[in-house]
Design a protein. Structure first.
Length: 525
């Protein structure tokens, strides 16, 4: 048994060395061969498949076939690190159709290479080998696979539509909480203005106290026909009454102020009675000249504080009116945008095509091929938990079914396909076959991997996808809200519940020909 194993290993090593010598261009270093991980298997009636053969830093697989004279020869050596399929190959929509089972003839359709669909016919020989009959040619994939796509995606679309219509109580509660948070912010601003008013009222009260002190001074005995003293009495009485009326109207500690002002009125009445006394005092009047001036100054300050109080009220009303007007007319993004002053990305610098013949022309990123279904241009951008605003202008070129959009917060991309790793997609599309019209629709998708995506929001907009549309996408990772505006008008604000808080890439995407420009990403500093 041990001898048989050793002979098998020696034979395997001999075959490998000969295989590398026959097939590889470079010289084979027998000391650099590693067979510790090699595995051998049957590849047909007269073929062996040896995988996991190490040579220097690379790993290879070797196919051996036996000639008619019984000699084993290496027919193919594969580099296991190399891609099996060409760059840009997508097999997600491939279809296998048996044409003649008795002859072993079948057709492989829906293989996308660089965004184009191809098909080929094959036959399985009696020895198990597969022979290519027609070679790969362009195919009418849309017509062949429309029914299959409908059968696969129809139930999924129905389920998504049902889930979209059935809004959970948690989502409703969270939306109400968001409105409450916005209302709380307004209430805090109003409270601050009220505190400013209260400080002004305290100063007014201090001034009134000084008036009270002045009016409570012992009244000098003067002749009853002293017109200057009578004028001072009337002015004081009138001002006190006016202050009571106006401050009470403001609603600032009404009960306390009324009691205070009632006291001032009583003091003013007593003062007036003393002025009516016909008795003449022999004492000098040291404050007679000073009091009118001091009182006039105090009354002037009271008037100034009243004006300041009223100004604060007007500013409060103006701020509240402006906030409500901005939310109604311009939307949430316009309100938040001034806070996002840090530039994260400008233009398409550092990006590269994943699928499709993308090119940069001046200030535009252009995807010119109308036959592309999954064209993507990737820009590496680190995205953290900060609030981010993605902005760009885009238009579709061509008739019929077209689309363009943005994948953001992208992670875990492993292949080229319908999806884009773990990410969120904002998508503008025109699809007459699905919607029954030529209108433009704004949609929101969640991509779970490179194959699977689900639509979570869909809205028809009046803007035309054939025109350059300014798209702004605001994402708040902490609250998981995404807000989308088109041409300055909020269209969608959606609580995602996806748990996506960071990303390493963004991707501009197109179905058919499209153009992008004015691409920027901004964040909070």
């Amino acid at each position: 048994m041990v001898r048989r194993v050793l002979l098998t290993v020696c034979l395997g090593a001999f075959l490998v060395i000969n295989a590398f010598a026959q097939v590889l261009v470079e010289d084979v270093d027998s000391t650099a061969l590693r067979l510790s991980d090699a595995q051998i298997g049957i590849a047909g009636p007269s073929a062996l498949y040896l995988r996991g053969v190490g040579h220097h830093e690379s790993t290879y697989s070797v196919v051996f076939r036996m000639d008619d004279d019984g000699t084993w020869r290496a027919t193919t050596v594969y580099d296991e690190q190399a891609d099996v399929f060409p760059s840009g190959t997508v097999l997600d929509f491939a279809t296998l159709l048996w044409l003649d089972p008795e002859r072993g003839r079948f057709r492989l359709d829906g293989v996308f290479i660089a965004g184009e669909p191809y098909a080929a016919e094959f036959e399985i020989a009696l020895d198990g080998s597969i022979r290519e009959v027609t070679g790969f040619v362009r195919s009418d994939w849309t017509g062949v696979n429309r029914r299959r796509v409908t059968e696969i995606l129809g139930p999924i679309a129905q389920e998504i539509a049902t889930e979209t219509d059935r809004i959970s109580p948690e989502e409703v509660t969270e939306s109400l909480r968001e409105l409450e948070r916005l209302n709380d912010a307004l209430e805090r601003e109003i409270a601050e203005l009220r505190r400013e008013n209260e400080r002004a009222v305290v100063e007014i009260a201090e001034l009134l106290s000084e008036i009270d002190r002045l009016s409570a001074e012992p009244a000098p005995a003067v002749p009853s026909d002293d017109r200057e003293a009578a004028a001072l009495r009337d002015a004081l009485y009138d001002e006190v009454v006016a202050l009571r009326s106006e401050i009470a109207a403001y609603g600032l500690s009404i009960a306390r102020l009324e009691r205070s002002l009632d006291g001032l009125r009583d003091e003013a009445a007593a003062y007036a009675e003393s002025l009516r006394d016909d008795r003449v005092s022999d004492e000098p009047l040291p404050r007679l000249d000073a009091e009118p001036s001091a009182l006039a100054n105090l009354l002037s300050e009271v008037a100034a504080f009243r004006e300041m109080n009223e100004q604060l009220r007007r500013e409060q009303a103006t701020i509240r009116t402006r906030l409500i007007a901005e939310l109604r007319s311009s939307g949430y993004i316009t309100l938040v945008k001034p806070e996002l002053t840090k530039t994260v990305q400008t233009g398409f610098f550092g990006g590269a095509s994943q699928i499709g013949p993308w090119r940069i022309e001046g200030d535009r990123l252009v995807q010119p091929d109308p036959g592309q279904y999954f064209a993507k241009f990737i820009v590496p951008v680190e995205q953290t938990e900060s609030t981010l605003l993605y902005s760009y202008e885009a238009r579709a070129v061509g008739d019929g079914w077209v689309g363009n959009g943005l994948h953001f917060m992208v992670t875990d991309v492993r292949a080229r396909g319908y999806g884009m790793g773990n990410s969120i997609l904002v998508w503008l599309t025109r699809d007459p076959a699905v919607h029954g019209n030529d209108k433009t629709y704004l949609q929101l998708y969640k991509s779970d991997d490179d194959v699977t995506m689900g639509r979570v929001a869909d809205a028809m907009i009046v803007d035309d996808i054939a025109d350059f549309l300014r798209v702004e996408v605001l994402y708040e990772p902490v609250t998981e809200y995404v807000t989308v505006a088109v041409n300055g008008e909020d269209k969608i604000r959606y609580k995602t519940w996806f748990g996506i808080t960071d990303g390493v890439e963004v991707s501009l995407r197109a179905l058919g020909a499209a153009e992008f420009r004015a691409f920027t990403i901004r964040a909070q500093p």
